[in-house]
Design a protein around this ligand. Structure first.
Ligand SMILES: [Zn+2]
Length: 420
């Protein structure tokens, strides 16, 4: 390849680099808001990688050749592509009927206990064909891309048997092949015990370890479990995650969503890459998680879930950051507790209900979200050598991003140096 840039985005009013802080662990404390913003800057790409990120005064015009695409982005903010680090992408049907039941006062756990919730999606997912599931996944990925998502984690968890869980992984891999968003694959067969194992949670986990996890190797990078009343206990979750780790998987957990059981601390002690939800994790518990995870385990906060479930309790994100626990933000896109792909709305709600500042929330959907997927070397910040995933936003100042509630600020999405 020649030394000419392939793509230059010039005259940005601000470039949010997310760079300049410690690189050996995710950002927390003061570092979460002390990353570098370049006023009047540019971003230059060479192929699929970032080649230069700097003020306009440092743009080397000799590297703009006849085949360089040059975009003037005056009046726009540039930032890294959004990293959506917690979604349940592949499922059949939807649960619009349960929205009514929730409004009439039924709780999430009541609906789950009556065979609704996750299990109703399991029935629809098992009944769906590969092609139907793929079409749904591609539809949702298109929506995510319009919002500026360039990397997305996709969990299974609506099959709960060998055949369907593997089908969900294969659907996600095929979806990754057919569109530009990069996918990270997580096996969540331990979402709830499969309907054939009602009341036998530990036996269900033995089945997963004995028959399903070995077949999921090579298709999933992470193993996740829902540690909660009505799902799996802390002790069962510990045994399962240890076994998954022994098989070579990286670890995640859904924990402290509805009760403080100690799942986050347990998983951090096993070296989990992330602990997700954390609405009921106390500030004291957060300090213990930070210590158990040696500052590398990321708490993935999902502010749209309590909003959608009409819960008053939100994870005390401000206290987590002050306690040294790194946080990331995600939608938790799924058909029950968060049918939204709008990570910008999650940023706003995290500021309003979890006490994050706009600068912290923006780092939490980029660099810290990359850490939550073990992709911090490749994505999450605008630095030479990293993948050229860049957003052109229709605002001149980052402070407008959480301010315009629920709006989509994305003008253009660059994935791997390609305008998509
Ligand atoms: Zn989830």
């Amino acid at each position: 390849m020649s030394s000419f840039y392939t793509l230059v985005l010039r005259n940005a009013s601000q470039v949010l680099t997310m760079a300049g802080g410690p690189t050996d662990k995710p950002l927390t404390g003061a570092a979460l808001s002390q990353w570098r913003i370049i006023e009047q800057g540019f971003v230059a790409c060479h192929g699929d990688a970032l080649a230069a990120v700097a003020p306009m005064s440092e743009l080397d015009e000799t590297r703009i050749g006849p085949h360089t695409t040059v975009l003037d982005v005056s009046g726009c903010v540039l930032m890294p592509g959004l990293v959506e680090c917690h979604t349940h992408l592949v499922f059949g049907g939807n649960r619009a009927d349960e929205f009514q039941r929730k409004l009439q006062g039924e709780s999430y756990l009541d609906i789950l206990a009556s065979g609704g919730g996750i299990l109703s999606t399991v029935r629809k997912t098992r009944a769906a064909t590969f092609e139907e599931l793929l079409a749904n996944a591609l539809h949702h990925l298109e929506g995510f891309r319009r919002y500026g998502v360039t990397t997305l984690e996709a969990k299974t968890g609506y099959g709960l048997d060998l055949e369907t869980e593997l089908r969900l992984l294969r659907v996600a891999h095929e979806a990754a092949r057919q569109q530009p968003i990069r996918l990270v694959h997580t096996f969540l067969g331990a979402h709830v015990p499969g309907p054939e194992y009602k009341g036998r949670a530990a036996e269900y986990l033995e089945y997963l370890v004995g028959e399903v996890l070995p077949a999921a190797r090579g298709l999933a990078e992470f193993v996740d479990i829902f540690c909660e009343e009505g799902a799996f206990s802390v002790e069962d979750s510990r045994r399962y995650l240890q076994q998954a780790r022994d098989l070579g998987f990286k670890l995640k957990i859904h924990a402290e969503q509805l009760h403080e059981l100690g799942g986050c601390q347990m998983a951090a002690g096993l070296g989990a890459t992330s602990v997700d939800h954390c609405d009921y994790l106390s500030p004291e518990g957060a300090a213990q998680v930070a210590a158990a995870g040696q500052g590398r385990t990321v708490a993935v906060l999902l502010p749209l879930v309590p909003l959608y479930l009409r819960q008053e309790k939100y994870a005390p994100g401000r206290a987590f950051i002050d306690a040294g626990l790194p946080v990331a933000l995600s939608t938790d896109f799924n058909p029950g507790s968060c049918p939204s792909k709008n990570l910008w709305l999650a940023v706003s709600v995290a500021c309003l209900k979890m006490g994050l500042t706009p600068l912290e929330a923006l780092a939490a959907v980029t660099l810290n979200a990359a850490w939550a997927l073990d992709r911090q070397q490749q994505i999450g910040s605008l630095e030479p050598g990293k993948r050229a995933d860049v957003l052109v936003l229709n605002v001149p100042d980052y402070r407008e991003l959480p301010y315009w509630l629920g709006e989509n600020p994305v003008r253009q999405v660059v994935i791997g140096g390609q305008i998509s």
